[in-house]
Unconditional design. Structure first.
Length: 217
């Protein structure tokens, strides 16, 4: 199974009709935040593949379409923030129930008092804990808790920064220890040639997907 994961930047080669050829074998798409709705909607339309996303700290709660409509979600896409879902995927170009279990926690560490999609460490702990009942249900039904945790910010101490805005969340470390996802996909930390983009923590591969990354499952 192949996943196209995106974050933080509109990539010209993806926001192009060429995506039909370059990403023709993608089963579904993950958005890790700070991506305009028009970009996500273009991708889901061109690939005809399910798209799951979480918001980033720069995402406005409402965005404007070119026709003047105001929308609070990317149309045709699944908002994963604060939720646990069973992924749909493309199988023989038909949307079918997938085997991957997803959970999402968007936003970053609070650095502005009144900003959207920003949380204190304690607030993110509460958001992470709220996922536990559904993850335990997954364990009972499917034999495992979680396959992919989708976040905007990174975990504390992994791919994060020294400044407040780019400090990672402690709660994500607990989720990885307690529920053992195969992957944690995040954005927020812009990476350059020598930056580390893949780190193993316990049983989880933590992947910084900025600005786009193909993930094989």
């Amino acid at each position: 199974m192949k996943i196209l994961a995106l974050s933080d930047q509109v990539v010209e080669a993806i926001y192009s009709p060429r995506i039909k050829e370059s990403c023709a074998d993608v089963d579904f798409v993950i958005g890790c935040g700070d991506l305009p709705f028009y970009y996500l909607e273009f991708i889901v339309t061109m690939l005809n593949a399910p798209l799951y996303y979480v918001p980033g700290n720069h995402d406005s709660p409402r965005q404007y379409h070119s026709d003047g409509r105001v929308v609070s979600r990317a149309e045709g896409c699944e908002l994963l923030d604060g939720s646990v879902m069973r992924a749909r995927c493309i199988a023989n170009r038909r949307v079918a129930s997938g085997r991957l279990l997803l959970a999402g926690l968007g936003g970053c560490l609070r650095y502005n008092a009144d900003a959207s999609h920003q949380y204190t460490q304690s607030e993110m702990w509460m958001r992470a804990l709220s996922l536990a009942p559904a993850l335990i249900f997954n364990r009972l039904r499917f034999g495992r808790y979680l396959d992919i945790l989708v976040t905007h910010a990174p975990p504390r101490g992994i791919h994060d920064g020294a400044d407040l805005a780019h400090t990672g969340f402690d709660a994500f470390l607990w989720v990885m220890r307690a529920f053992r996802p195969r992957f944690l996909l995040h954005g927020h930390s812009h990476i350059y040639r020598r930056d580390v983009a893949t780190t193993r923590y316990e049983l989880t591969e933590v992947l910084n997907v900025y600005p786009a990354r193909l993930v094989e499952c």
